[in-house]
Design a protein around this ligand. Structure first.
Ligand code: 5GP
Length: 190
């Protein structure tokens, strides 16, 4: 998605060899017009996949996932990173190692919001090692629902996430694929 790549080039900030900061337009300040375009792009990719729900992880995934759910006319569910105060019996839960926080956390979704009839599109802001997407896919499986695919806004293709997810059989669609990051350049996959 050329508009997204241009935004990453002009407003993205590289923090070390493997972290890209995009809080000027995606995960702190949010560009709503760009989010609408991202949503439309995911809709065009997954419109024939029979999606009944969009699933993301709080909080950075919510903006692009909401615009996708709006376009598909289906509900958005966001997985929570902290245990809810309600009984754990009411939750589907998976463990996930956070790339940015470098710590393990639990992500959970209320059993109320996923059923075996659901066909779920997973959307997230970044794909690095694939932990967040795998945890969400695990929750979908536990609910007996199926995964329509995984929509990623920014994939860091030099990290193993895409390979792990495609080897597990998931369809992965990324709107910007970064081949390399360095202090002075952001290189995209051809
Ligand atoms: P993974 O679980 O694939 O290792 O990492 C994906 C999750 O970590 C995403 O939900 C995202 O919030 C965060 N993340 C991974 N890499 C980056 C990055 O380079 N920049 C930012 N801002 N977040 C990242």
């Amino acid at each position: 998605m050329e508009k997204l790549k241009a935004k990453i080039r002009t407003e993205g900030r590289v923090l070390g060899p493997d972290v890209l900061k995009v809080d000027a337009f995606l995960n702190h300040q949010v560009d709503p017009v760009l989010m609408a375009d991202i949503g439309e792009t995911f809709v065009s990719l997954f419109k024939d996949a029979g999606v009944t729900k969009v699933l993301t992880l709080e909080s950075s995934g919510i903006a692009p996932a909401l615009m996708t759910a709006l376009g598909l006319r289906v509900p958005l569910v966001f997985a929570k990173k902290r245990k809810s105060l309600t009984l754990k019996d009411d939750l589907w839960t998976e463990r996930s190692f956070s790339f940015t926080k470098q710590e393990e956390s639990e992500v959970s979704v209320s059993k109320q919001f996923l059923s075996p009839a659901d066909v779920v599109l997973i959307v997230d802001d970044f794909l690095a090692n694939g932990q967040a997407a795998q945890a969400m896919a695990g929750i979908v499986r536990k609910a007996g629902a199926s995964v329509a695919g995984i929509g990623i806004v920014i994939e860091k293709s030099f990290q193993p996430g895409r390979r792990l997810l495609t080897e597990a059989g998931y369809r992965v669609e990324s709107l910007a694929r970064i081949a390399r990051l360095s202090e002075d350049s952001i290189e995209f996959e051809e």
